[in-house]
Write a protein of this length. Structure first.
Length: 406
């Protein structure tokens, strides 16, 4: 039998508990002052945990640091190599002047010089994305009389990593505005949007300015210098032999030394980031594994039916892993905790759909070969449907089990 409490303990509990009227008054006051009211949980059945939305989203930023570090060096190295090929001795612009002003030569063999040069291209784009994102957050928060929402830093960071160094300020502002307003804020903020704001911003920017992510002149910021991506080279020029003929090895592509966006080229960086996300429980391994299964199976089936002269369609699946942005999209974009499927089986279906559509777009779209962005967008649209079928199947199975017992 439970021991009855004394009057003293009852009075103590009552004194620590807010009356309903006082609680409503405190909530109204905090709302007018712009405070975020939080209620502490000190006893069971509540679970006290240090995890929150901010920490979850910031882990995606931390996970992309290896991609970012390699990407900064890769951009600078591509510029230096392009200068040597094009016979350019002196490079104009404040970035080159700053690098040379501190005593560093623009040399592909100088890792620090290459990294700094690439970073100077990334910094203005990232700061512009962040400022635009914060301004839209403030505007919507003031209009709705609510505190600032989480996630603007991670959206701006991932959005900047997907852009090429030749992106203009207007294009960055336009794409980031679409990401924040259409992709996130009109739905109510973090946890309520339908597709990843980063994906939506990139798609709107691409459909409005197709040249921003397409063409041999967008990846290396040298006037008159053209260098296609390795994915375009493989599909158009002859698969793996075409890559090897210009000194691209699998390990070099795995490292990330190839033309492309700031932080998307390194499969090694994506692998390290995936390990961190999985170790911290921030991303679903089922989505990543499903995307890999979808890519491997689709590439293998295409190779079985494709004619021998179609060299681009006969590339092994492990080459597809290091070409383009499949690894980056699978690890950091497809695993968006809001836009992806939430059930276990649904996550498998979601990931497989990403891998399948990525390969189909790569091998069949003559205008744009990088299909992972559109694959994730399509999979996000079908994510609620995947979860719906899984839930309905569980309901049917449990109903059948209950009827059997009766």
């Amino acid at each position: 039998m439970a021991k009855p409490r004394s009057d003293t303990s009852a009075r103590a509990d009552t004194g620590n508990r807010l009356e309903p009227d006082n609680l409503e008054l405190l909530r109204e006051l905090s709302s007018r002052l712009g405070w975020r009211m939080t209620m502490r949980t000190v006893s069971a059945p509540h679970v006290r945990d240090a995890n929150n939305i901010d920490r979850l989203l910031n882990r995606f930023i931390v996970a992309t640091v290896p991609c970012w570090l390699i990407g900064m060096w890769n951009v600078g190295e591509q510029i230096a190599v392009g200068m040597q090929i094009a016979g350019i001795r002196n490079l104009s612009g404040w970035r080159a002047e700053l690098v040379e002003g501190i005593g560093l030569p623009i040399d592909p063999e100088n890792i620090l010089s290459c990294w700094l040069h690439g970073f100077l291209y990334f910094l203005p784009i990232f700061l512009t994305s962040l400022i635009i994102g914060v301004l839209w957050e403030i505007l919507f928060a003031a209009n709705r009389k609510r505190p600032l929402d989480e996630g603007v830093l991670s959206i701006a960071w991932l959005f900047a990593l997907i852009l090429p160094p030749t992106a203009t300020f207007f294009q960055v502002i336009y794409g980031m505005t679409a990401a924040m307003v259409i992709g996130k804020l009109i739905f109510g903020g973090t946890g309520r949007y339908l597709v990843s704001p980063v994906i939506l911003g990139i798609c709107v920017l691409f459909f409005s300015y197709s040249s921003v992510l397409h063409g041999p002149e967008v990846w290396i910021p040298l006037a008159g210098y053209q260098e296609p991506t390795t994915l375009e080279l493989a599909i158009l020029e002859g698969g793996v032999p075409a890559l090897i003929s210009v000194d691209y090895s699998w390990w070099l592509l795995f490292l990330g030394n190839q033309p492309g966006p700031f932080g998307v080229t390194s499969a090694l960086g994506c692998l390290l980031g995936a390990a961190y996300l999985l170790a911290t429980g921030s991303a679903s391994w089922r989505i990543m594994a499903g995307s890999l299964v979808g890519l491997v199976v689709t590439v293998s089936l295409v190779a079985l039916v494709a004619p021998a002269e179609a060299v681009g369609m006969n590339m092994p699946w492990y080459w597809h892993m290091v070409l383009g942005g499949w690894a980056f999209g699978t690890v950091f974009l497809a695993t968006d905790p809001t836009a992806a499927a939430t059930t276990r089986t649904g996550r498998w279906a979601f990931g497989i759909l990403v891998g399948v559509v990525t390969v189909i777009v790569r091998l069949t779209n003559p205008a744009y070969f990088e299909g992972v962005i559109f694959a994730i967008l399509l999979a996000s649209i079908f994510a609620p449907l995947c979860d719906h079928f899984v839930v309905e199947q569980n309901i049917k199975r449990r109903r059948a089990r209950l009827e059997k017992k009766q």
